[in-house]
Design a protein around this ligand. Structure first.
Ligand code: ADP
Ligand code: MG
Length: 242
């Protein structure tokens, strides 16, 4: 694909000599796609996600991010281009909601007025009032904390957003609401989303493309429709019908 935003080529990764977390993984993600990554626990989903912004190093292979080898990216610049959301928000407990949202902008020395403006925009988008902006994360519900996590990831207007089971710990209703909001955001903004999930419904309804992993490998990467119509093997067929 020539409009690829992240290209992973033949990547292998092990944390320990005898066991490989990723085996010869290749994945080409197009600009504007919404890629969901699903597979059994321990199959390498988080590892795959974290190597896309250099949080985890690789043993062999290469990763091209926005036409540039990951090795040649300035790490701070990369953090501004790639937002990252984790389960339960991963918020800084000692910072207010406002300070959490502003964090990436502050460390990349954006001027104060511009930060305030951006925080106001995000607060409006996510439905936070002044009181909530001044609260600490522990004073908010799980769903609200997750919204703060999303706002923080979007603050620097990234081109790519990585999410690792962002809604995993939420109750069903809150989860469905946030899924809906993320889908709308993807529709409106020109952002490429890559989301790890263990929820099949989430993977197939949010993803324009789904990567199905097992034991360190991508077993199938295709549109939800194609995977449902033509699972590549018996394992995928059974996996998507549990
Ligand atoms: P998933 O997100 O699909 O559950 P992970 O990418 O977290 O899988 O893990 C893939 C494999 O790598 C697992 O076997 C896990 O135990 C191992 N692993 C992950 N992180 C580390 C680490 N920091 N040190 C050692 N082993 C790890
Ligand atoms: Mg994981």
């Amino acid at each position: 694909m020539n409009n690829s935003v992240i290209e992973i080529v033949n990547v292998t990764k092990s944390y320990e000599p005898e066991s490989k977390a990723l085996i010869n993984v290749s994945l080409d993600i197009s600009q504007g796609a919404f890629v969901t990554i699903i597979g059994p626990s321990g199959c390498g989903k988080t590892t795959l996600l974290r190597l896309m912004n250099g949080m985890t190093g690789i043993d062999s292979g290469k990763i091209i991010v926005m036409d540039k080898d990951l090795e040649n990216w300035d790490k701070i610049q990369l953090r501004r281009k790639i937002g990252y959301v984790i389960q339960q928000g991963g918020l800084f407990p000692h910072l207010t909601v406002r300070q959490n949202i502003a964090f990436v902008l502050r460390i990349s020395s954006v001027e104060k007025q511009a930060i305030e403006k951006r925080v106001s925009e995000l607060a409006k988008m996510m439905g936070f009032d002044e009181r909530q902006l001044n609260a600490f994360p522990s004073e908010l519900s799980g769903g609200q904390q997750q919204r703060v996590g999303v706002a923080r990831a979007l603050a620097s207007r990234p081109e790519i957003v990585l999410m690792d089971e962002p809604f995993g710990a939420l109750d069903n209703i809150t989860r469905r609401n946030l899924q809906h909001e993320i889908k709308e955001m993807h529709r409106k903004m020109k952002i490429t989303f890559i989301m790890v999930t263990h929820d099949l419904h989430e993977a197939f309804t949010l993803g324009t493309h789904v990567a199905i992993m097992n034991k360190g490998e991508i077993v199938q990467f295709d549109t939800p429709e194609n995977i449902q119509h033509e699972p590549v093997n018996k394992w995928v067929k059974e996996f998507i019908h549990i």
